[in-house]
Design a protein around this ligand. Structure first.
Ligand code: TXA
Ligand code: MG
Length: 344
């Protein structure tokens, strides 16, 4: 575990970053903070290195990885054609929480990164440690979220440690990540860009730059195979089952009372506005509803906190699907296996 606590004076010669970069060059895997969640990085040009990511996470091999770069020039090494709108997205949102799926070029990238697809997801993270590490490693770095497959993504080094210690070569501890949900994945191989996974950059923000933006049908209707293979797996799940209850506080309390009457210990995921309104075994506040960014930032930590509590069931409030609320609800619905109770 390398702790980097002074983010103001980061240079690529910072010793921890040099050590971690050396591991990457050696085809080892290391975890590092990004502005979204912690990533588990490996040299994207090496099969040997990338295989270690899948092993450490227990990740299905048909789920491709995002390639992280520190400069736009690196794109030319493995990406074929970048449409006009993608160039506009890059110049507005990089570095930042936006992953572009582009046509892959050449044979340099490990096939394990792209899971055999002819496209590749790429992003430039907006975190000083990530950027310094990528620069120093001087190779594109494949990095999924640094959690065991199926668990909530890590937003603190301690989450990575909990899931992966003993299985990876190191963790750079840069404190809590800021955004809290993963990057938005947008398919840029279609005429109109298509969101495959909602995330830190919102549809509304992108529409301001490029006009029309589509949403993959699998995200809005049931019965369609997602174009982003990762979206088909159960994800972000704490140990106890999650149920979203969409309604008034009174209605939510009625559901809680019903479960508790059945002998179940209920945990409640709510926000500061309502945390004193509920009676349940454990009530945890996840940020402030009036600022959904704060909810995104805490969501995965709160889901993980319930694993430390003696609860049989987690009742979560619902959130409006605007701005980053779209990503929050996408993750909560996955954590809940789409179980929603709606007040009539
Ligand atoms: O914020 C993030 O994106 C974090 C940090 C570490 O950068 N990374 C992350 O990676 O969330 P991961 O592996 O947990 O999620 C990658 C998602 C998956 O849903 C995967 O299916 C999709 O991106 N993806 C990657 N390459 C793709 C491609 N070529 N076509 C379609 N989807 C792709
Ligand atoms: Mg992930």
């Amino acid at each position: 575990l390398w702790t980097v606590d002074d983010l103001t004076n980061l240079s690529t010669s910072y010793p921890h970053i040099t050590q971690a970069a050396a591991k990457l060059k050696d085809n080892e895997v290391v975890a590092f903070p990004t502005e979204t969640v912690y990533g588990l990085g490996a040299n994207a040009f090496s099969d040997e290195a990338v295989r270690k990511i899948f092993e450490a996470k227990g990740r299905p091999s048909d789920n491709p990885l995002i390639v992280h770069i520190a400069s736009q020039e690196q794109l030319d090494e493995f990406v074929e054609h970048i449409p006009e709108y993608a160039i506009a997205l890059i110049s507005h949102f990089w570095p930042g929480p936006l992953t572009l799926v582009l046509k892959k070029k050449g044979e340099q990238l490990s096939d394990l990164v792209t899971a055999g697809l002819d496209t590749v997801g790429v992003r430039m993270p907006a975190h000083p440690i990530a950027l310094a590490l990528l620069k120093e490693a001087n190779v594109p770095v494949a990095a999924p979220s640094a959690n065991r497959s199926g668990k909530p993504s890590p937003t603190q080094a301690s989450h990575v440690y909990h899931d992966l210690h003993g299985r990876i070569s190191g963790i750079i501890d840069g404190g809590s990540t800021g955004v809290g949900v993963e990057s938005t994945v947008i398919d840029c191989t279609t005429k109109i860009p298509t969101i495959l996974r909602p995330g830190g950059v919102t549809k509304e923000q992108m529409e301001e730059i490029v006009g029309e933006v589509h949403v993959d049908r699998a995200l809005v209707e049931e019965g369609h195979a997602p174009k982003s293979p990762g979206m088909k797996y159960t994800h972000y799940a704490p140990n106890a089952p999650v149920i979203i209850v969409d309604g008034s506080h009174r209605f939510i309390q009625q559901q809680i009372d019903q479960y508790e009457k059945e002998g179940k210990k209920v945990g409640v995921l709510t926000t500061e506005e309502a945390e004193n309104d509920y009676r349940a075994t454990k009530v945890i506040s996840c940020g402030n509803r009036s600022n959904l960014q704060t909810v995104a930032a805490k969501l995965y930590d709160v889901l993980r906190q319930f694993d430390q509590e003696d609860v049989d069931l987690i009742v979560s409030e619902s959130f409006p699907q605007v701005g980053v609320g779209t990503a929050i609800m996408n993750r909560l619905l996955k954590a809940a296996g789409n179980q929603v109770i709606l007040e009539k």
